[in-house]
Design a protein around this ligand. Structure first.
Ligand code: 4NP
Length: 156
């Protein structure tokens, strides 16, 4: 099983959206038995909460399920248990590297690192911008490129 963890700050806006979108892609491509997905936040403020109302509204609009998602905080062991740890922005990336052991086994990157033509590699935080439509567009494009990358790298 290949395990993918999406990480943002609060685990209520961007990374749960990425988790839901990526799981939907995996199911559509018949890879549900090969890839598992989860999300976590670097912060602890929202542990146990469902996704933010803006994320839920957008996912309802595009008919993607998020019913099993509850916020949790990233832990050191995630860096060994997940094969891909995917940050939403540079601050998340710095925070992930700060808790990682010297040579983490996980492949650590930002989601938009996989989208070559995109000049900015950060998914702006809709908790502050309110723009969940832009978040969805960037997350969807990032997830499609990430899945193509994983399929190629893992030969699946
Ligand atoms: P997220 O957005 O990292 O995309 O889940 C945020 C959610 C909550 C907070 C910050 C960002 N907060 O400060 O509570």
């Amino acid at each position: 099983m290949i395990r993918v963890l999406f990480v943002c700050l609060g685990n209520i806006c961007r990374s749960p959206m990425a988790e839901a979108v990526f799981r939907d892609l995996i199911q559509n491509e018949g890879l549900a038995g090969k890839i598992e997905v989860d999300s976590a936040g670097t912060g602890n403020w929202h542990i146990g909460e469902p996704p933010h109302r803006g994320t839920r509204k957008k996912l309802d609009e595009v008919k993607i399920d998020y019913s099993i998602i509850k916020a949790r905080q990233i832990s050191v062991s995630d860096l060994d248990q997940f094969d891909y740890v995917i940050a939403m922005d540079e601050k998340n990336l710095i925070d992930i590297h700060a808790i990682a052991q010297e040579n983490p086994t996980a492949y650590i990157a930002r989601l938009l690192d996989f989208v070559k033509h995109n000049p900015s590699k950060d998914v702006p935080d809709p908790y502050f911008t309110g723009n969940f439509d832009l978040t969805y567009d960037l997350v969807k494009e990032g997830c499609e490129h990430l899945l193509a990358f994983i399929r190629e790298r893992e030969q699946i």
